[in-house]
Design a protein around this ligand. Structure first.
Ligand SMILES: [Zn+2]
Ligand SMILES: [Zn+2]
Length: 147
């Protein structure tokens, strides 16, 4: 569980980035960001919408969807590498890696200093500029392995 301090830091970054990018901080946007911060499951826009509509009944899916897209543009959330399905958002901007269950689609965070420090193959670094390195492992999560 994240400490209150870490959460506050993220909210501060949210205010900071919003200002830098001229995005107005509205109660709805703040609520969407807070809901995203709480989520540990790499939710889709639809997931966030379903959670937030309980608190703000007049919010529209479109608002949630557009807001999340804006968040990712201004660098306050990551989009999990896609597989042609709905975008999944990740509020954790620190380096970490993902385990993805091919059965239920769960995406679980994990940390590995070894994976953080993997070497980029020459043929890649010659052709491209690498700005982030993430390892995605795929398989069956503990729930699906039992089933
Ligand atoms: Zn699973
Ligand atoms: Zn993640």
């Amino acid at each position: 569980m994240e400490s209150k301090l870490q959460q506050n830091k993220k909210i501060e970054m949210f205010y900071q980035r919003s200002k830098e990018h001229g995005m107005k901080i509205t109660p709805q946007r703040t609520a969407i960001y807070e809901e995203l911060l709480k989520a540990k499951d790499h939710p889709t826009a639809d997931d966030i919408y379903k959670r937030i509509v309980k608190k703000i009944p007049n919010i529209s899916f479109d608002t949630v969807n557009r807001t999340l897209l804006t968040f990712s543009k201004i660098g306050i959330t990551n989009v999990v590498e896609g597989y042609g399905q709905a975008k999944r958002y990740d509020p954790d901007m620190d380096i970490h890696h993902h385990f993805r269950c091919i059965h239920c689609g769960s995406i679980i965070d994990f940390h590995s200093s070894e994976f953080d420090n993997i070497t980029v193959p020459d043929e890649i670094s010659k052709q491209f500029t690498v700005i982030s390195k993430k390892v995605v492992l795929e398989g069956l999560c503990s729930k699906c392995r039992k089933g």
